[in-house]
Design a binder for this molecule. Structure first.
Ligand code: TYD
Length: 138
């Protein structure tokens, strides 16, 4: 069982292969992230002032990357909160299961790339904060 506090969530430095013609970052299962990726999705065209997230996952692990632009991820384990600013495509925020997250302050043109450990499962979501706190107390 993975511990599920904000202190178990961390920013992982990804490699950056620099070339004069541009940079490339490679993410490989297990090798540089602590889970196997089963799904990738990305948020884009987020209107100014919009907030995403506002939920927790029971089992899903994620790596969140600002593939372009920047945004803030607010992590909350029911007891403590921290805000992580993501603004470089060669850093990923590893989010363990059981963390309430909000994604805010999107810059114009930001792309929020998410690598996820499981396929989409709506039953894995805790969408009500009160349910999240009850679930954490189990
Ligand atoms: P949601 O996870 O709530 O987005 P966010 O955390 O960015 O606010 O998902 C938004 C909608 O997209 C919701 O109706 C579910 C749907 N969705 C899928 O169908 N498959 C997926 O893999 C994801 C991530 C979302």
């Amino acid at each position: 069982m993975i511990e599920s506090t904000i202190y178990n969530c961390s920013v992982i430095g990804l490699n950056k292969i620099h070339e004069r013609s541009g940079n490339i970052t490679v993410v490989e299962n297990i090798r540089n992230i602590p889970f196997e990726v089963k799904r990738i999705y990305y948020l884009y065209d987020v209107p100014g002032g919009a907030e995403r997230g506002g939920h927790a996952h029971k089992a899903l692990k994620q790596l969140i990357v600002a593939a372009s632009g920047c945004f803030d991820v607010v992590l909350n384990d029911g007891q403590n909160k921290k805000v992580v600013e993501l603004n470089r495509p060669y850093y990923g925020l590893y989010v363990v299961p059981g963390i309430w997250r909000e994604v805010i302050n999107f810059s114009s043109g930001a792309i929020c790339l998410v690598l996820a450990s499981e396929k989409y499962d709506k039953e894995d979501y805790l969408r009500e904060y009160s349910n999240f706190l009850e679930w954490k107390a189990l």
